[in-house]
Write a protein that binds this ligand. Structure first.
Ligand code: ACO
Ligand code: OAA
Length: 370
């Protein structure tokens, strides 16, 4: 084995087929089951997109209402989950709380190890329904606000916002949130999805794969970047300081959160759609200062490094304007991406091979105890 066989970070390595989504950096496009994500964001709800990712086809109206009824039936949290969350310190990151709560849901499911396609689909829909309840519960407990029970007369996004804030915001806000959920739902073999597939490849259960994926998503090089973008905005403060801040940060060899991508080198296909959603929020909340800071950092970064924003760059400030706590941004990503993860878990199981790459040893030569 030689050095040339090593692909650090698996960059450029094709590991398997997938029919769930196609990321094409040459055409700067992203297809979910063949449909451009921009069309889905413009014409479909997040529930329809979740159904598409799992079933391969969009639902007709009867299939959609059956699906929505099942998702709505899972929106209430069991007491045992609430108790575990309540026992966690407020110093725990919301991603750690969510990871723990999903683990508790798995441990309480007597059928956790049943991995038929039907059983895994049922668990996936249950997680789709329950994760917003966990995220909302945790933000409200941190704010010492009373818990808001779900409403089954509301769609996914309106209910998510209602449970978090105690009221349904203006329709433009619900729409922007729904668009973000659609855009975050799926992105081929990214680090967290690959993590879920590795766990699944050992024939472990769906909950274990999702818990592991949450851990992988938390890091700032992946999903944690949407939170990190907001910390950067807070650090900079105002548009006039963006260029100087960036010069210092680059001189210190810092990675600028929300910029760059392993696959897209000419811009992230999802950014224009999310930026348009952010613009509607800027108008709704009259947040021109934030928009100016966004533009100033983007244009400084583009002229200094020619590195373009990824989806986390517009999503972070969008969630901020909606009123979410900064630490809650990556859990919002989980709420959406659980659809893609579970679609991949089911795909992996349908054609499984244990994922186990090789390594080139560079430790001490063989040696022996005296
Ligand atoms: C939804 C998502 O998960 S999207 C990704 C979210 N993550 C972030 O926004 C974190 C910031 N971005 C990054 O750290 C990187 O761009 C990654 C991890 C996303 C992609 O990394 P890679 O594909 O490994 O790119 P790589 O690190 O090889 O970058 C190539 C060059 O661009 C530089 N670069 C890439 N992204 C950035 C950045 N955000 N800030 C500063 N420099 C950067 C690298 O330092 C490297 O420079 P060098 O050749 O002088 O060493
Ligand atoms: O594809 C990646 O590497 C990261 C990403 O954008 C995502 O998971 O949405």
């Amino acid at each position: 084995m030689t050095d040339s066989q090593i692909h650090k970070g698996l960059a450029g390595v094709v590991v398997d087929y997938t029919a769930v989504s196609k990321v094409n950096p040459e055409t700067n496009s992203l297809l979910y089951r063949g449909y451009p994500v921009q069309e889905l964001a413009a014409k479909c709800s997040f529930e329809e997109v979740a159904y598409l990712l799992w079933h391969g086809e969009l639902p007709d109206s009867g299939q959609l209402s059956d699906f929505q009824a099942v998702e709505r039936s899972y929106r209430t949290l069991d007491d045992n989950v609430k108790r575990v969350v309540d026992d966690l310190p407020l110093t725990a990151h919301p991603m750690d709380v969510l990871r723990t709560a999903v683990s508790v849901i798995g441990a309480n499911d007597g059928q956790a190890d049943v991995s038929t396609p039907e059983a895994n689909l049922a668990k996936s829909i249950a997680l789709l329904g329950k994760i917003p309840a966990i995220v909302a519960y945790d933000q409200r407990r941190r704010r010492r606000q009373p818990i808001v029970e779900p409403r089954d007369d509301l769609g996914y996004s309106a209910n998510f916002l209602y449970m978090t804030f105690g009221e349904v915001p203006a329709q433009v806000v619900v729409d922007a949130f729904d668009v973000s959920m659609i855009l975050y739902a799926e992105h081929s073999f990214n680090a967290s999805t690959f993590t879920a597939r590795v766990v699944t490849s050992t024939l472990s259960d769906l909950y274990s794969a999702v818990v592991a994926a949450i851990g992988a998503l938390k890091g700032p090089l992946h999903g944690g970047a949407n939170e990190a973008v907001m910390h950067v905005f807070d650090e900079i403060g105002e548009a006039a300081k963006a260029e100087e801040w960036l010069n210092t940060a680059l001189a210190e060899k810092r990675k600028i959160m929300g910029f760059g991508h392993r696959v897209y080198k000419n811009g992230d296909s999802r950014v224009p759609t999310m930026k348009a959603a952010l613009d509607t929020l800027v108008a709704e909340y009259e947040a021109q200062d934030l928009a100016e800071l966004y533009d100033a950092l983007e244009s400084s970064m583009t002229s200094r490094k020619s590195i373009l924003p990824n989806l986390d760059y517009p999503s972070g400030p969008a969630y901020h304007l909606m009123g979410f706590d900064t630490l809650t941004f990556t859990p919002l990503f989980v709420a959406s991406r659980v659809t893609g993860w579970t679609a991949h878990i089911m795909e992996q199981l349908a054609s499984n091979a244990l994922i186990r790459p090789l390594s080139l040893y560079n430790g001490p030569e063989e040696r022996h105890l005296p």
